[in-house]
Design a protein around this ligand. Structure first.
Ligand SMILES: CC(=O)CC(=O)SCCNC(=O)CCNC(=O)[C@H](O)C(C)(C)COP(=O)(O)OP(=O)(O)OC[C@H]1O[C@@H](n2cnc3c(N)ncnc32)[C@H](O)[C@@H]1OP(=O)(O)O
Ligand SMILES: NC(=O)C1=CN([C@@H]2O[C@H](COP(=O)(O)OP(=O)(O)OC[C@H]3O[C@@H](n4cnc5c(N)ncnc54)[C@H](OP(=O)(O)O)[C@@H]3O)[C@@H](O)[C@H]2O)C=CC1
Length: 290
């Protein structure tokens, strides 16, 4: 039974994962390298909990209880007592490997390690830990409190007990776990990110404006967000990282990242999280940036 969890990385995803664990009465240690990111994460979590009070899904008392389950940390002292680590740091293989390879000696022998990676090989990440049989991909969707799906990705060595424990946890979090094979970007991002990349090519080649492309897909395909708005929501750095994993992992030019996406990331225009991407979010309304 998973009772205590360490979430590493308090960004877009880490704060959402901590949120859903806390409302399921699970103790969470939310770790980041930057204190201000932790402060921001706790603010975001409280804000999102309040959204659910607004709809009557949670009471004020639930918020107090949930927040009491979340312990922001910047060190590893808590690792000795956790049953599970969920790594949700930057989508960069080197950063993930440096985090994951250092965990083993600090964890209980029976602790499980999960990664929230969008695309990187679970087998490869597992291989640099001391417990590949207790390593799994637990891929939440953004925004975590709202999206139902959790993709479960076995590495080649992941054992059945690990899979079953994490599947049960996903159900406890009121999510729908879906198994995906360990190939680049798994299921959702193998399909979704090439669509987002194609939307960026549509802008790059001048087929439509930012607003026209998003309106077309919202009203023409009933998407809740347009693809460029969604790219800004995910983070353009994450979108580019996923396209690069697809391009290198599947060696097919159809996955080459659009040069315009590369340019935005090189400019530090990462979308909502940096205040500017395909839209500028610094005013009352998002304004297209080209
Ligand atoms: C990149 C990867 O590795 C994998 C991925 O995640 S791919 C991306 C997957 N995600 C998507 O495709 C998201 C697409 N967008 C949507 O589904 C919707 O726009 C949305 C749910 C985000 C917002 O829905 P909306 O109808 O525009 O907004 P709204 O009606 O205000 O919100 C609906 C609910 O979501 C909540 N919500 C909205 N935005 C939220 C956010 N950013 N964080 C938390 N909760 C949020 C609201 O509180 C509301 O919840 P309640 O009903 O409990 O109040
Ligand atoms: N964005 C999305 O829609 C989704 C993303 N994912 C995946 O989730 C993971 C996180 O993505 P996301 O939350 O968007 O990324 P963010 O950039 O929002 O957050 C990543 C966080 O990790 C922190 N970090 C970096 N290095 C370390 C470290 N060594 N120890 C602890 N924290 C560290 C970063 O700190 P700092 O900023 O200071 O570097 C940052 O706060 C990625 O693997 C991504 O692919 C999965 C589903 C959806």
């Amino acid at each position: 039974m998973i009772k205590k969890v360490s979430v590493i990385g308090a960004g877009q995803m880490g704060n959402g994962i901590a949120h859903v664990l806390a409302i399921a009465d699970i103790d969470v240690f939310l770790k980041d390298i930057s204190k201000e990111q932790l402060d921001k994460a706790l603010e975001t979590i409280e804000h999102n909990l309040r959204r659910q009070v607004g709809r009557g899904a949670l009471s004020e008392g639930d918020i107090t209880k949930a927040l009491a389950h979340i312990n922001p940390v910047t060190d590893d002292a808590h690792l000795a007592e956790v049953d599970l680590v969920i790594e949700a740091a930057t989508e960069n293989e080197e950063i993930k490997k440096s985090i994951l390879s250092a965990l083993g000696p600090k964890l209980k022998p029976e602790a499980i390690i999960a990664t929230n990676t969008s695309s990187i090989s679970v087998t490869r990440l597992a291989a640099i830990t001391d417990r590949p049989e207790k390593f799994i991909g637990m891929h939440f969707m953004n925004p975590v409190p709202v999206m139902q799906l959790v993709e479960l990705i076995r590495g080649i060595a992941t054992n059945e007990e690990t899979f079953e424990t994490i599947r049960e946890l996903a159900v406890r979090l009121h999510k729908t776990p879906t198994p995906a094979e360990d190939f680049p970007a798994f299921i959702v991002n193998r399909i979704l990110l090439p669509m987002i990349n194609e939307a960026i090519y549509t802008l790059y080649e001048g087929v439509g404006s930012v607003r026209a492309i998003d309106t077309a897909m919202r009203l023409g395909a009933n998407h809740p967000m347009g693809p460029l708005q969604l790219a800004d929501f995910i983070g353009l750095d994450v979108c580019l990282a996923i396209m690069q994993v697809l391009y290198e992992g599947l060696a097919d030019t159809k996955y080459r990242p659009c040069p315009l996406l590369v340019k935005y990331v090189e400019a530090g225009w990462l979308g909502r999280k940096s205040g500017r991407g395909f839209y500028d979010y610094t005013g009352d309304e998002p304004i297209p940036t080209r």
